[in-house]
Design a protein around this ligand. Structure first.
Ligand SMILES: *[C@@H]1O[C@H](CO)[C@@H](O)[C@H](O)[C@H]1NC(C)=O
Length: 139
């Protein structure tokens, strides 16, 4: 029977116990408010919004021709031009429901990676800012 060399097992364990390699990307986020309907993903269905109102519209880079509909992202505020705009290191999870370029209401900034619902944006910011730098990871 093959026995692992004595150092292999501890080495493997160390490797497995390390934090998962992060697939996080860096981008920007703005926010938008109502009217949220209809959306590019699910039209006028009022039942499409998650109960916690944490959702977002996908910017050009992640819209993926609509394939992003229903994808979920972990989003964390990294920084902003306004000092202390990020609310601690809080991470939220948002579902993509719309396309940033096709929103019914103006985003606070054009051309961002993601446009967060007002609830989502407020949850990770603590100052009145229009745009923040984010770290995001698809779930
Ligand atoms: C975003 O673009 C639209 C259309 O070009 C423009 O009307 C609007 O003022 C822009 N919004 C911001 C915040 O720059």
């Amino acid at each position: 029977m093959w026995t692992p060399p004595p150092l292999l097992l501890p080495w493997l364990l160390t490797f497995l116990l390390l934090p998962m390699p992060s697939l996080a990307e860096v981008g920007t986020a703005s926010f938008y408010g109502p009217p949220y309907l209809p959306t590019a993903c699910h039209g006028s269905d009022e039942g499409q919004f998650p109960a916690d109102n944490l959702f977002a519209a996908a910017g050009q880079g992640i819209w993926d021709n609509g394939a992003s509909c229903g994808r979920e992202y972990l989003v964390r505020c990294l920084s902003s031009a306004t000092p202390d705009a990020c609310a601690g290191g809080r991470t939220i999870q948002v579902a993509i429901l719309d396309q940033a370029a096709a929103l019914n209401s103006m985003p606070s900034r054009n051309g961002t990676t993601m446009v967060l619902s007002t609830t989502a944006f407020r949850m990770i910011t603590q100052q009145s800012v229009d745009v923040i730098n984010i770290e995001f990871t698809q779930v």
